[in-house]
Design a protein around this ligand. Structure first.
Ligand SMILES: [Fe+2]
Length: 383
């Protein structure tokens, strides 16, 4: 039952269900922890979620200092300031509370708590993970959105202030000791953000599923998560206090980030460019291009077959066209766009957006080989 508490050990320890955050606070107190650093952001604090979680920990005798100066696109200074706050508080563990940004900063803060800077030394492109040792403080993650699945991921994406470029740090030691999926902490998320983040979770699963790599574990997880997201996102958008639907979306999000260790694809590559050049919300951008990208991808026979199977799982006919129809109705039903027409994207930006997409790391995982001109053609249809 989605409203009951459960415990899992894949991919890390997951504590799921209403009341999970309160229970984890008790468990940590029993293990002897006394002081922690809560890493959140302004939105999380304004929604009162910081107070709620500090209350849970205070009740069991754990003092939480708070660092909430995390930008929506976090920069390295946020990490250095967070590490200073960790040391100043004499904290023994890091508790991340928020969406992907807060959780990514929390991971980097725990790294900088015991490692020498600068952060870019640990960049994955420079094989930096070899310098990350497992002497970091314990880390617990509580997502307050159901989209990125950062709570089950081993990466942290931080923008370097000096170059304005993103550095991606991967380490198996970034995986939280416990990921806490507590739907009670997502009920205040506004409908629009619920929809956009929820579609992002769906796309993680969909791009992972249609990707060409051999990964039956990821495929199984992705298919199950899509069915759950398909049925529950409309409920969570309409009735934010529905704990069952909120819980299913948290689960679909964690499953998406577990599945996309297989791969993502050009839907994300195009969405990333739209985020960089037009500041479009990541989930919204993913939603807007999804229908056309899947029509493009289904020209590949293996994708058409998978989409036909998915359509059947979602209650449609066994063909890819039926899936596109269901997808389109679902996106519209949760108030998401199925094109870019309302975003005033000038045609003159198409070459830049295509160049960005082709260089994006997700592009190479796309099941249909993307050649120059393909993304431009897609964008022409979308704007
Ligand atoms: Fe995403």
């Amino acid at each position: 039952m989605p409203t009951k508490r459960h415990g899992y050990n894949f991919p890390t320890r997951i504590e799921y269900g209403p009341g999970a955050a309160k229970d984890v606070a008790k468990t940590l107190a029993q293990s002897g922890l006394k002081k922690g650093l809560l890493v959140s952001d302004k939105g999380v604090e304004q929604a009162g979620l910081g107070d709620t979680v500090r209350g849970y920990f205070k009740a069991v005798g754990i003092e939480l200092a708070t660092f909430s100066d995390v930008k929506p696109n976090p920069v390295d200074d946020n990490v250095y300031d967070g590490a200073k706050a960790f040391k100043a508080a004499g904290a023994e563990f890091v508790l991340g509370l928020g969406g992907g940004s807060a959780l990514d900063v929390a991971k980097a803060v725990k790294c900088m708590a015991t490692h020498e800077g600068p952060l870019e030394k640990y960049d994955d492109m420079k094989d930096g993970s070899q310098y990350i040792s497992n002497n970091m403080p314990p880390f617990y993650a509580i997502p307050t959105t159901a989209g990125t699945g950062s709570e089950v991921g081993r990466s942290s994406v931080i923008t370097l202030k000096s170059t304005n470029k993103k550095t991606i740090i991967f380490s198996p030691y970034f995986m939280p000791n416990i990921a806490v999926l507590d739907p009670e902490l997502t009920v205040t998320l506004p409908a629009k953000l619920t929809a956009a983040t929820g579609v992002d979770a769906f796309v993680h699963n969909l791009e992972a599923y249609v990707a060409d790599a051999y990964h039956p574990l990821a495929d199984g997880i992705a298919k199950e998560a899509m069915v759950r997201a398909y049925h529950n996102l409309p409920i969570a958008v309409k009735d934010g206090k529905n704990l069952a639907a909120r819980g299913e979306m948290l689960m679909a999000s964690a499953m998406g980030a577990t599945a996309f260790q297989k791969s993502l694809g050009i839907n994300h590559s195009i969405a990333h460019g739209l985020g960089v050049y037009f500041d479009l919300h990541h989930g919204l951008a993913n939603a807007a291009v999804l229908k056309e990208v899947m029509i493009y991808n289904m020209q590949e026979k293996s994708v058409a077959e998978k989409l036909a199977h998915l359509s059947m799982l979602l209650g449609g006919q066994r063909n890819a066209e039926s899936f596109i129809e269901l997808l389109s109705q679902w996106l519209t039903g949760v108030g998401m766009p199925t094109d870019l027409k309302s975003f005033n994207i000038p045609a003159s930006m198409i070459p830049k957006l295509e160049a960005y997409a082709l260089e994006d790391p997700c592009c190479s995982g796309n099941p249909r080989k993307v050649v120059p001109g393909d993304v431009a053609d897609l964008l022409k249809k979308l704007i």
